[in-house]
Write a protein that binds this ligand. Structure first.
Ligand SMILES: [Fe+2]
Ligand SMILES: [Fe+2]
Length: 245
């Protein structure tokens, strides 16, 4: 995607917006510490070892984003996201291996990765771009691992494909909601540049990530409210029992 030079972000003119983005990235990376929960459910030492390495990566990424945040001169402590945005964006699994591999890694990290790729094009600052490229390289490995685990899980039955696609539909809906919320916020602040970039990111990333996930699961790219509700109910039920047991 080509972004015209005058529409690109730079640390001088777009300090607040970049600070907001880095603050959300720091929060996202710190939720990566939840991998610590998932490690207890890793099927073998190989997967546990990968997760241990991933935790180190996410801490390293959080530090890199903190350094970028500080370089904007916005202080040391980024403000927290609103409650609604946190609920929409935060990972939802950790105690169930298949769901964790799919939702947190194959899907969640791919969404983050696509945002990073967009910013690499949209930011006119070599230091920021260099950091984003370095972090994106690690994220590629996390996504590949999640996709590999997902493929092994769905190979056994058609229900599992149906189930995971139903869970993806919820993510797709949540991202549409996040788009609306952020659009409202940026519009209220009068940042037309941010609204334009946000629209251009979501209009490209949403269909692309949906198509990629459908292809990963080997299912048609069909939206069904019924499937979303049924699969979410199964997910909640399974989460409940994994919490109890
Ligand atoms: Fe990360
Ligand atoms: Fe990651």
């Amino acid at each position: 995607m080509q972004i015209p030079a005058k529409e690109k972000l730079n640390p001088k003119d777009d300090k607040d917006l970049l600070a907001f983005v880095f603050a959300r990235f720091i929060e996202g990376e710190l939720t990566g510490l939840l991998e610590g929960k998932a490690i207890l459910h890793a099927p073998s030492l190989h997967e546990a070892d990968f997760l241990a390495g991933q935790i180190r990566d996410e801490i390293k990424h959080a530090r890199m984003y903190q350094a970028l945040y500080r370089s904007l001169g916005m202080g040391d402590t980024p403000p927290r996201a609103s409650w609604v945005l946190t609920k929409i964006m935060s990972p939802v699994s950790g105690r169930m291996w298949a769901e964790h591999s799919f939702l947190d890694k194959a899907v969640g990290e791919r969404w983050v990765y696509s945002m990073m790729q967009f910013l690499i094009q949209a930011v006119d600052d070599s230091r920021i771009v260099k950091s984003l490229k370095l972090i994106a390289k690690d994220e590629e490995g996390h996504i590949a691992f999640g996709e590999e685990q997902t493929k092994a899980y769905i190979a056994v039955s058609r229900w599992r494909r149906y189930y995971l696609w139903g869970l993806y539909l919820r993510v797709d809906w949540a991202m549409a909601l996040a788009h609306r919320l952020l659009r409202y916020r940026f519009k209220k602040k009068g940042s037309i540049k941010a609204v334009k970039l946000l629209d251009s990111y979501f209009s490209d990333a949403r269909p692309r990530n949906r198509a990629h996930t459908a292809s990963l699961l080997g299912v048609p790219e069909k939206r069904s409210l019924w499937q979303l509700v049924v699969c979410q109910a199964v997910f909640t039920w399974r989460s409940f029992w994994s919490w109890i047991l």
